[in-house]
Design a protein around this ligand. Structure first.
Ligand SMILES: Nc1ncnc2c1ncn2[C@@H]1O[C@H](COP(=O)(O)OS(=O)(=O)O)[C@@H](OP(=O)(O)O)[C@H]1O
Length: 293
């Protein structure tokens, strides 16, 4: 039986998690007052959002770099569309940082002034699929997939929160000229975190000294974040969102090419066929495995 509707809310053609979606908030987002120095991290789910949240928070807050602040990363960089825990976005002092999974057509209109900046992180969709599969098994708010095959069908049908991966990335990319947007690849960040941090800070016009760069890079590694309670979502997953199982964690593996351990040859070939038909004229490159470049 297809239980999708019990878990997902369709807002103007885009699926969100029903239990956390707030329709009133969503209806008002188009008019959300964007400030010139706002920064938005935009991602399809499971593409490196929390990683970018951590990097931006480290770039912007000295107290985060030197570990004197106690605010969690997620409170520094709240999700635009969730409005949790409180609708405290608007009142924060500038510069405000946000995260969002929204498609380009639901983004606040004010972003089109091209002043506020958008950092779009994308990841190869086979690793997104596998990360999402594990996350769905772990969380009460998401429908537990029977197996990878079941989840892969939903993912390729766009019947998951975030809707269709292909539409998300294509939409933002094809409309990139309407925004002030930088596209960053998860796999490049993985390959060379230092260069990625420099690229991000330069786009944000936040020049860091050598010592700051070191501090950001050190605290944004997977290994550090996994054990940093301010950065790894474990608290919020436990208390606010609800785990289905104690097994697994939000920062699960953080690798490139984990799909190879999960997809069958047939599933992989099917995925490739669909990917090629949907993305054949798409200019951004993808890295499927760091060992195979
Ligand atoms: N520092 C760092 N380095 C490498 N990888 C990292 C890092 N931080 C988070 N991650 C991995 O990102 C995956 C979670 O993606 P998101 O943060 O976008 O998830 S969410 O959409 O906000 O729920 C999830 O991927 P998987 O491990 O493959 O499941 C996280 O482990």
């Amino acid at each position: 039986m297809d239980n999708t509707d019990a878990y997902l809310l369709n807002f103007k053609g885009y699926y969100l998690i029903r239990s956390t979606a707030n329709t009133d908030l969503l209806k008002n987002l188009e008019e959300f007052e964007v400030r010139h120095d706002d920064v938005f991290i935009v991602t399809y789910p499971k593409s490196g959002t929390v990683w970018a949240q951590q990097i931006l928070s480290l770039i912007y807050f000295e107290g985060h770099r030197n570990r004197t602040e106690t605010v969690e990363t997620l409170d520094r960089v709240p999700f635009l569309e969730h409005g949790v825990p409180k609708m405290k976005h608007q009142k924060r002092p500038s510069p405000r940082l946000f995260a969002s999974h929204l498609p380009y057509y639901l983004a606040p209109k004010g972003l089109k002034n091209k002043k506020a900046k958008i950092l779009y992180i994308y990841r190869n969709p086979k690793d997104v699929l596998i990360s999402y599969f594990h996350f769905s098994n772990m969380m009460v708010m998401l429908e537990a997939p029977e197996n990878i095959e079941d989840f892969m069908k939903k993912f390729l049908d766009g019947k998951v929160s975030g809707s269709l991966w292909f539409d998300h990335i294509r939409g933002w990319y094809e409309h990139r000229h309407e925004f002030n947007i930088l596209f960053m690849m998860y796999e490049e960040m993985k390959k060379d975190l230092r260069s990625s941090v420099l690229k991000i800070s330069s786009f944000l016009e936040r020049e860091l000294n050598e010592e700051d760069v070191e501090a950001v890079v050190k605290q944004a590694t997977f290994e550090n974040m996994k054990f940093d309670p301010q950065a790894n979502y474990e608290q919020i997953l436990k208390h606010d969102l609800g785990r289905r199982t104690d097994e697994g964690s939000f920062l699960r593996k953080g690798t490139v090419g984990d799909w190879k351990h999960h997809l069958t040859v047939e599933q992989n070939e099917r995925f490739d066929r669909i990917f090629q038909s949907k993305m054949k004229d798409f200019p951004l490159k993808f890295i499927w495995d760091l060992n195979e470049e």
